[in-house]
Ligand binder design. Structure first.
Ligand code: CA
Length: 237
């Protein structure tokens, strides 16, 4: 069955252009023009991924994304923001919003489709674990891959799908130093539109979730001039 992509965009022409390109890419899509019922309509339709414009009538994309993250039926779905200005990017990737990706207008529909495919491939990989790797245990961390849930000392933490993949990757490779470029390749996949700074922003968000003192990380440490390393010893549990 083809994947369902929600297009939350109030510019009708742009929305149809995206819809057209998605259907050519083999996706089922539906346009949501914004407004008060957007969250309820998304919940009813159950999209696999949400394309979310920032500037919308009524609630803006940031507010809708925040509410998506608080809605259990939608919270783990990738959200790709459409931003009109590059200064919105900081907010998209900021701690309080929880977007997985962004694309700045004007953009090529072909690039958008490529990016959506990459996101869906990754969520599929995570969603269909083989039986023997369904759970990953490291120190105080427990990753339930099938349910896409992470627990620290049996307390569940709330992660976006990108944060989930990033943490899962680090936990699977403890003690190894990774450059930003390597992380982009391993966690984000072959995408040319994300920059090394994207990695830093997601690392910061992840630290807020897993570290006692995010400014003095004990797990996700910076390897100066290179990248990041996840430090964990089994006795840390
Ligand atoms: Ca708009």
């Amino acid at each position: 069955m083809s994947k369902k992509i929600a297009i939350v965009e109030d510019e009708a022409e742009l929305a149809s252009l995206i819809e057209y390109n998605l259907s050519r890419g083999g996706f089922q899509s539906k346009i949501f023009p914004g407004g008060d019922r957007t969250l309820e309509d998304l919940r009813d339709w159950q999209p696999d991924l949400i394309i979310l414009d920032v500037m919308l009538p009524g609630q803006d994309g940031f507010e809708i994304c925040r509410r998506i993250r608080q809605t259990p039926a939608l919270s783990s779905r990738p959200v790709v923001f459409l931003t009109a200005r590059s200064d919105e990017v900081d907010r998209v990737l900021g701690l309080e919003i929880g977007g997985d990706d962004y694309i700045t207008k004007p953009f090529s529909p072909r690039e958008l489709v490529a990016r959506i495919k990459a996101h869906l491939r990754r969520s599929e990989t995570v969603a269909a674990p083989s039986a023997d790797t369904a759970e990953l245990l490291r120190g105080p961390f427990r990753v339930d891959r099938a349910a896409r849930r992470v627990y620290v000392n049996e307390r569940e933490i709330e992660l976006t799908s990108t944060e989930f993949r990033l943490l899962e990757f680090f936990l699977a490779h403890p003690g190894h130093a990774w450059s930003r470029e390597q992380l982009l390749k391993e966690v984000w996949g072959e995408q040319h539109f994300v920059t090394p700074r994207t990695v830093d922003v997601h690392i910061r968000r992840l630290r807020e979730q897993i570290e006692d003192k995010p400014d003095e990380p004990g797990y996700l440490v910076t390897v100066r001039g290179f990248g990041y390393r996840f430090e964990i010893t089994e006795s840390a549990a």
